[in-house]
Design a protein around this ligand. Structure first.
Ligand SMILES: Nc1ncnc2c1ncn2[C@@H]1O[C@H](COP(=O)(O)OP(=O)(O)OP(=O)(O)O)[C@@H](O)[C@H]1O
Ligand SMILES: [Mg+2]
Length: 256
C-alpha cells in the first residue's frame, strides 16, 4: 500500500482519501474531497464535464505530482489505468503490448492467458492496426489485468465504442472483475453504464463527492423496474439533466 506523502495506513480499504485538494492556479477543482473504496469494490464515478473526474484518477494513479493538499491519501502501489483509447504501441505485437514491462518467469504465458481471457486467443502475433476499436480496448483490458492490480482505474474506457460493442464490453469487464477482484473506479458519462456495472455510484460536483449511492438492484439490471427508473432519474437530476426528457421509456422507444 502506497501512501502519498505521509498519510496513515489504510486498514482494510483499497482507497482512502480525506480532505483532498487539487487546485490549478486559484481554481480548486477538487476541494476537500473524501472517498473510500473497499477491496474488490466496483465504484462508478460520474459528474459533469470539467468536474474533475480525470483529475481525481490521475491523483490515484500517482501521476499527478501537483496535489495541493490532503489529510489522508492512500492508494495501492499496484494500480492499472485504462483510457478511452487503447494506447497500444503500434510497432509491437499484441502479446508484447500486453506483457510490456512485465517481469519474472512466465510473463509470456501470463500475457497469452490474459489475451485468451478477453477473447483474443491465438492473436498474440497480430499487430494493433489489424484490430477493431473494441478489440484494441480488450487488449488494453488484458494489459491492465495481467498485472493483477489492487486498483483498476478506468477513464471512460468504452466512450468511443458503438452501443453493441459497449454492452459486450460491460459483460466482459464484470466477468474479469469477478475473476481478478480489483477495486475499480470507473469514470463514465453514461448513467446506465454506471448502474449496470457498479456496486456504488458516486457523483462528483463542486470538487466533492456530492452523492454516494449503493446499487442494490439485482442483476441483470435492465431498465424497466420502478427502482431502476427512480435511481436513474435521481442520478440524472444530480447531473443537471432534465429527467422528463431522459426517461428510460423514451430511450427504449428510441432504440427500438
Ligand atoms: N493541467 C491542468 N492545468 C490547468 N487546468 C487543468 C489541468 N488539468 C485539468 N484542468 C482543469 O480542471 C478541470 C477538471 O478537469 P478534468 O479533466 O478532471 O475534468 P473531467 O471531469 O474529467 O471532464 P470530462 O468529463 O470532460 O473528461 C477542468 O476545468 C480543466 O480545465
Ligand atoms: Mg475526463
Amino acid at each position: 500500500m502506497a501512501t502519498h506523502a505521509g498519510g496513515l495506513s489504510t486498514g482494510t480499504a483499497a482507497v482512502h482519501i480525506t480532505g483532498l485538494v487539487r487546485a490549478f492556479g486559484e481554481r480548486r477543482v477538487l476541494d476537500s474531497l473524501d472517498l473510500t473504496i473497499g477491496p474488490g469494490e466496483f465504484v462508478a464515478l460520474i459528474g459533469r464535464s470539467g468536474s474533475g473526474k480525470s483529475t481525481l484518477l490521475r491523483v490515484l494513479a500517482g501521476i499527478d505530482h501537483g496535489v495541493t493538499g490532503f489529510e489522508r491519501l492512500d492508494a495501492p502501489e499496484n494500480v492499472s489505468v485504462v483510457f478511452q483509447d487503447a494506447r497500444l504501441l503500434p510497432w509491437k505485437r499484441l502479446l508484447e503490448n500486453v506483457t510490456l514491462g512485465l517481469t519474472g518467469p512466465g510473463a509470456h504465458e501470463r500475457g497469452a492467458t490474459a489475451l485468451a481471457e478477453v477473447g483474443l486467443a491465438g492473436r498474440e502475433r497480430a499487430w494493433p492496426v489489424e484490430l477493431s476499436g473494441g478489440e484494441q480496448q480488450r487488449v488494453a483490458l488484458a494489459r491492465s489485468l495481467v498485472r493483477e492490480p489492487e486498483l483498476l482505474l478506468a477513464d471512460e474506457p468504452f466512450g468511443a465504442l458503438d452501443a453493441l460493442t459497449r454492452i459486450r464490453m460491460h459483460a466482459l469487464l464484470r466477468q474479469l472483475c469477478e475473476r481478478h477482484r480489483p477495486a475499480v473506479l470507473l469514470v463514465t458519462h453514461d448513467v446506465d453504464e454506471a448502474i449496470a456495472l457498479a456496486d456504488r455510484v458516486v457523483v462528483l460536483d463542486a470538487g466533492r463527492i456530492a452523492a454516494d449511492q449503493t446499487i442494490s438492484l439485482p442483476a441483470p439490471r435492465a431498465p424497466g423496474s420502478p427502482e431502476y427508473a427512480a435511481l436513474r432519474a435521481d442520478l440524472l437530476t444530480r447531473l443537471g439533466v432534465d429527467t422528463d426528457v431522459a426517461a428510460p421509456e423514451v430511450k427504449e422507444v428510441e432504440e427500438a
